[in-house]
Design a protein around this ligand. Structure first.
Ligand SMILES: [Zn+2]
Length: 295
């Protein structure tokens, strides 16, 4: 199964710009552990592979580069760029992998052993899950259990040179907190579309990042008032559109950019909660969202 997508820089221009600068310029302090969260694991994996490609390209990093490193990464055969799932380990044959539920401690040990040998490449190890058909799925505490994470904790904290670990998940709370605290987290939006309607929420969200913590109830009530007269999901979708628009226009303002990106994650999370069956209580979802957005 091939996961690389040539169009990833167009799909996630803001994040790719951030990572490519971080890879070129060491002073940007791009972390050794990156945690991607959000609804779309496939696009997270595409991002991770593009990061791996930019680290390893022996030419100028151009998207259509055909150097051996880029070629291998696109074909999923690069010796130092690996996707680890409960079903993908080199010691595991297809038969013994069937029905296997999680990444085990002995697999963690084999990663540690592998990393003790130096590599000429920049190693990028991507952790996620997949089903037998190859569909990518998020990491969680079932497929990446505490004892496996704990085995690797020291490695995540002090990896060998030129090594990056990337974790793919839906929600940060699905991963053991000791790993989360060692990682730089990035919400990966499933889509940011152009020219989407946000007319109902533009007053609400105008400069919302300046709202003081002691006004959070007011902010919450303003959202609830909008929801009175409209479908709650419409309001949340418009909030997504608004925040997506802010992101596009604030690529240079890193603090604002990452604040809004995180909030976009909270809005997507709230939408997911309303789409559950049975749906969560709308007021509770909105209260939670308001308190997360207003720091
Ligand atoms: Zn290349």
């Amino acid at each position: 199964m091939l996961y690389y997508d040539n169009n990833i820089a167009q799909k996630q221009p803001e994040l790719m710009k951030y990572f490519s600068l971080g890879i070129k310029d060491e002073s940007k302090n791009l972390g050794h552990c990156l945690l991607f969260w959000g609804p779309d694991i496939k696009v997270q994996c595409e991002l991770a592979l593009e990061i791996a490609r930019l680290f390893n390209c022996s030419d100028d990093g151009n998207a259509d580069c055909s150097c051996i490193n880029c070629k291998w990464i696109k074909e999923n055969t690069h010796p130092a760029v690996k996707i680890f799932t409960r079903l993908d380990f080199k010691d595991l044959d297809q038969d013994s992998a069937t029905g296997k539920r999680n990444i085990t401690v002995s697999q963690a040990q084999s990663i540690i052993n592998e990393l003790s040998i130096t590599s000429d490449y920049h190693r990028v190890y991507i952790f996620c899950d997949r089903d037998e058909a190859g569909n990518l799925m998020p990491l969680n505490k079932m497929n990446f259990p505490d004892d496996t994470s704990n085995k690797l904790l020291k490695t995540f904290e002090e990896p060998p040179q030129n090594t990056t670990f990337i974790f793919l998940t839906n929600d940060k709370s699905d991963i053991i907190s000791t790993v989360v605290s060692r990682a730089q987290s990035f919400f990966v939006p499933s889509k940011i579309e152009n020219n989407q309607d946000f007319s109902l929420v533009s007053n609400l969200l105008d400069n919302y990042w300046n709202i003081e913590r002691n006004s959070v109830l007011e902010f919450e009530n303003s959202i609830l008032a909008l929801i009175e007269g409209n479908d709650p999901k419409t309001i949340l979708i418009q909030m997504e559109n608004y925040l997506g628009n802010i992101l596009k226009n604030n690529l240079e303002n890193k603090i604002l950019y990452f604040k809004v990106l995180k909030d976009l994650g909270y809005v997507e999370e709230a939408l997911r909660q309303l789409n559950l069956t049975p749906a969560m209580n709308t007021s509770a979802v909105i209260e939670n969202l308001a308190f997360k957005m207003i720091l």
